[in-house]
Design a binder for this molecule. Sequence first.
Ligand code: SAM
Length: 339
Amino acid sequence: HAAPDADASIRLTDTDAAIARLSAVQKGYIHDPYIKHFVPRAHLQQPRPPLINVGTFVRGIAIDELVDQWLATASRTGKQCQIVSLGAGSDTRYWRVATGTHKDALATYIEVDFPEVTTKKAMAIRKSKDLSAILGSSPSDIRLGHGGMALHAPKYHVLPADLRLPPATTLSSLLATPDETGGSPILSPLLPTLLLFECVLVYMDPSSSDDLLRWFVDYFSAKDTPLGAVVYEMFGLEDAFGKVMVNNLKSRNVSLPGAGPYPTIQTLPRRFLNTGFSAARALTLREIRRTCIAPEELQRLSTLEMLDEVEELDLVLEHYAVTWGLLAPAPDVHTSWGG
Ligand code: SAM
């Protein structure tokens, strides 16, 4: 495994992500009243360039849409579903789902990250009345676990793990084994489940991320339970512009072992097809911006900030993609969870 200081650099990418999200909120691109609780005080006023704000916006609407569709399908079929966010960092999606249109469709939301990150997140949650109030109606609904590295609430769990370790030992004991009281495992193998990997697989060897995906495929296919997964990542870093992006990260001691194996938009779905998913698709952020945003919304965005580097924007957006895969064992399930 990488040296500990390299892991510290990887963990710092979460602070970047949280600052970028807060910047997009402050500039009016997105609405997220929760992210400010996870941004260190010293970074509360750190606007990012327009290019980054637009990227944060486009990525956000793409993943929001996939998550919404998943929850809406659960609602329609009268089932509840689970969401598992791997490398979740400071993500606030749980609070947005728990206060959103489809909140009743959510059974459980689980986040996994390095212990240093989950410890900080658990502390920030306990400190904030806003965040805690949505997690449970009484203080006793929220409890810490794993010596403060984990947090449990009725529908929400933050759990510490290094995702590069063999899932058969780490994830199995964390998610799939009955809790201390002999109750059901945190992750039910019977409820339709959506996995989120936002900006995380790129930091892992491809063999580790394949093992991770296969572990989930095995867990859910054993019970014929629908499984979906969404990956957001950088790709195509071999060209001139990609090299600039990679070198930028290298100068901060962050290397991207997972950026290699799927170099084009056509090859990205293979990540899922090679690990047992039955269908997969990928779109670049450039395509998503062009085709999935309503004209009124594009018009609104154009009034927020001057964006004069339109060509550079396309270059950046072309190096990021959202890929989604589906494991839908039974044919009748396929039609309702197909999307
Ligand atoms: N998913 C969040 C988002 O999109 O805002 C955070 C993204 S941040 C760029 C990457 C996150 O992945 C960090 O929180 C980092 O700690 C986590 N991460 C990277 N490698 C990991 C590993 N091997 N095990 C657990 N977490 C990891």
